[in-house]
Ligand binder design. Structure first.
Ligand code: CDP
Ligand code: CDP
Length: 223
């Protein structure tokens, strides 16, 4: 059977990674969380005291940084230069800085090259903000997930509680809206729906509803 590429984009907490992981499992495809790559670099920059507005310093750091995404029984693990950063990259410090790191054109160029190399053989589900528009512009299936900001904040809040992170609903709503704005307004590869993407509003859908809707589209493409 043809092993296609599936691009899943959308704003924060729209359900991209949960849905992408499930699709990858069903299809026995590789799952690539590109947001985790930007988060991993942000974590390292904060650790090293590098200014998130200093593009050259971030680029130099990235060129020396090995980011690994490893599937495991507990979900995808993220390693930076051998350190397991899976949980810490979801914390407030990284979340509040990541969109500044992801704004820099040279940082994005390097990240996109790594993501394209990972997805080069097809059989991949990749999620992010610019997958359908820039990373995998020829992906056979492109999905743009959205949901109301209230619903997305509710989901992230529940997730934070489950992780044992401190969490305040109103603050989260503001943080999500602020990050969406920076991601949508940046000059290079802003968050936007690809012309040929199928948009799904997940506000009142379950994860399984979304997965089966996308699987219908995938099955049509696979034939
Ligand atoms: O999980 P959540 O949707 O909150 O964020 P994420 O997917 O982990 O992405 C974190 C941040 O990385 C985003 O807010 C963007 O600033 C950036 N990002 C990006 O610019 N391009 C991507 N392909 C993926 C993420
Ligand atoms: O990757 P992204 O930031 O777009 O979102 P996510 O991390 O996959 O989803 C955020 C949270 O919302 C997760 O805890 C999902 O289980 C939950 N979710 C949901 O409750 N209903 C959906 N239709 C999709 C996701």
């Amino acid at each position: 059977m043809k092993r296609i590429s599936i691009a899943i984009d959308g704003p924060a907490a729209a359900g991209k990674s949960t849905v992408a992981k499930k699709l990858a499992e069903k299809l026995s495809y590789l799952y690539i969380d590109t947001g985790a790559m930007y988060r991993a670099l942000t974590y390292l920059a904060l650790q090293k005291g590098i200014d998130v507005h200093d593009e050259q310093a971030l680029l130099t750091l990235l060129r020396d940084t090995y980011i690994e995404l490893k599937p495991s029984d507990q979900g995808q693990l993220v390693f930076v230069n051998g350190e397991d950063v899976t949980t810490v990259i979801r914390g407030e410090a990284v979340t509040n800085h990541v969109s500044f790191v992801a704004k820099h054109p040279l940082v994005r160029k390097e990240m996109v090259a790594r993501q394209q190399a990972l997805g080069a053989n097809g059989g991949v589900v990749m999620d992010g903000r610019d997958i359908g528009t820039h990373v995998l512009p020829h992906a056979e299936v492109k999905i743009f997930l959205k949901a109301s900001v209230e619903e997305r904040a509710r989901r992230r809040h529940a997730e934070n509680m489950a992780r044992g992170f401190a969490s305040d609903f109103e603050t989260l709503k503001e943080e999500i809206a602020r990050r969406d704005k920076i991601d949508s307004e940046r000059q290079v590869a802003p968050l936007t729906k690809a012309e040929d993407a199928v948009e799904i509003d997940t506000t009142s859908l379950t994860i399984d509803d979304v997965v089966s809707e996308i699987m219908k589209i995938v099955n049509e493409r696979i034939g």
